[in-house]
Design a protein around this ligand. Structure first.
Ligand code: PLP
Length: 395
């Protein structure tokens, strides 16, 4: 069987029916009908149909889908216009009024809004559990539990969920399990291998890898993808032709990028941990991470996301020091998002408007000194030197 690096270049190339080495961008909303009416009906009813109407699919989508399914080890996949498009569509394909959903305390903010605002408005009950405590998932089960939704490592403070435990729990009780694998990427972690039914991604991040597109993906069995695809036809979160083409281009180098990112982030985390102006470095690959053993068990690499706390005697001083670092970095960019070739750094408390709300910060597990970093593929010595000179600006 071909290895990942080869799959990234060659899987799905049968969908490029032109002689061009790089597939063209199919910038069309519709396709000529075949002569036979039965064939046309078949096209309209084929999941991810590449030759019918753009909302249904596109030839480049089909190529990307083949790659993503092979990366995640699932039968099939589908693409969406954003990570949230993929997540919302997948969740709304699984649950209905009267169902109960188990979610974690820590999720990407918009996913939290989906669970805490939108689902209850449609008569769906939601329970929140502590993801690092396996028993809390089991304790939250109810007769009407339809879905357990995971994110591991979770945004922002990289708490892990035991994928094998939840995968087995779902199988035992006939409950669908879904996992956001954005922070890890399929090169570092494959939730489906642990029994998770549906894997979702913000492809805007590592999969695309160049901060130039917005996309989402769902990877699952043919049966689930068909159900979710039918829901997507209604919700309309289809990915644009150009963004799917950019995504294909980005995927070609996923392995090279992730190797460099894993390596850079590991070295940076070790360096940060010994820096006098830093405390509490959170990185899945550090032995000091409270779930390091679980990280080693279910992750092949530890990805490029890390959090650190800039020191300071008071919350005000911590805020000032964190802002000083942000104002003095030259290579790191102060920008939200993650997973691109360039290193990014953000101050979560400011980004989410909670720098004056310690109780809200505590709920998320951050404080005024917390900085979140997405490590890119630059030279690691340059990244270290950049942070070092930014720390020196603190007085
Ligand atoms: N999931 C995670 C873990 C994220 O960090 C994000 C965005 O930052 C999303 C989902 C949503 O992705 P998108 O912005 O592509 O909708």
């Amino acid at each position: 069987m071909e290895q990942t690096e080869t799959k990234l270049i060659h899987t799905g190339k049968e969908f490029n029916i032109t002689p061009s080495v790089t597939p063209p961008i199919f910038q069309t909303s519709t396709y000529f009908a075949p002569d036979n009416a039965d064939d046309y009906i078949k096209l309209a009813n084929t999941t991810n149909s590449p030759w019918f109407y753009h909302r249904y699919g596109n030839p480049v989508h089909s190529q990307v889908i083949a790659i993503l399914a092979s990366l995640e080890g699932t039968e099939s996949a589908l693409l969406a216009s954003s990570g949230m498009g993929a997540i919302s569509t997948a969740v709304l394909a699984v649950v209905r009024q009267g169902d109960h959903v188990i979610v974690q305390r820590s999720h990407y903010a918009a996913a939290n809004q989906l669970f805490h605002d939108l689902l209850p408005a449609f008569g769906i009950e939601v329970s929140i559990v502590e993801q690092s405590d396996n028993q809390s998932f089991e304790n939250a089960l109810r007769p009407n539990t339809r879905l357990i939704y995971l994110e591991t490592p979770s945004n922002p403070i990289l708490t892990l969920t035991d994928l094998e435990f939840v995968g087995q729990l779902g199988k035992k009780h006939g409950i669908t399990t879904m996992c956001d694998n954005t922070f890890a990427s399929p090169l570092n972690q494959r939730p489906h291998d642990y029994g998770i039914d549906i894997v979702v991604h913000s492809a805007t991040k590592y999969l695309g890898g160049h901060s130039d597109l917005t996309a989402g993906a769902v990877c699952a069995s043919h049966e689930w993808i068909t159900k979710i695809w039918r829901r997507m036809l209604i919700l309309g979160a289809s990915l644009s032709s150009f963004d799917s083409w950019l995504l294909l281009k980005g995927l070609r180098t996923l392995s090279l990028r992730m190797n460099q990112i894993n390596q850079n982030a590991s070295e940076l985390a070790v360096w940060l941990e010994q820096h006098p102006q830093v405390r509490n470095v959170i990185y899945c690959g550090l032995p000091s991470h409270p779930q390091y053993e679980l990280a080693k068990k279910q992750m092949k690499g530890f990805s490029g996301m890390l959090c650190m706390e800039v020191t300071g005697e008071t919350p005000e001083k911590q805020l000032e020091n964190a802002q000083t670092v942000l104002n003095h970095v030259r290579i790191f960019a102060n920008a939200t998002s993650l997973g691109g070739v360039e290193s990014l750094i953000v101050h979560p408390a400011s980004m989410w408007g909670i720098k004056d709300f310690p109780d809200k910060q505590q709920q998320i597990g951050i404080n005024n000194g917390t900085l979140r970093i997405s490590v890119g593929i630059e030279n690691i010595q340059d990244l270290i030197a950049d942070l070092d000179q930014a720390f020196k600006a603190i007085n």
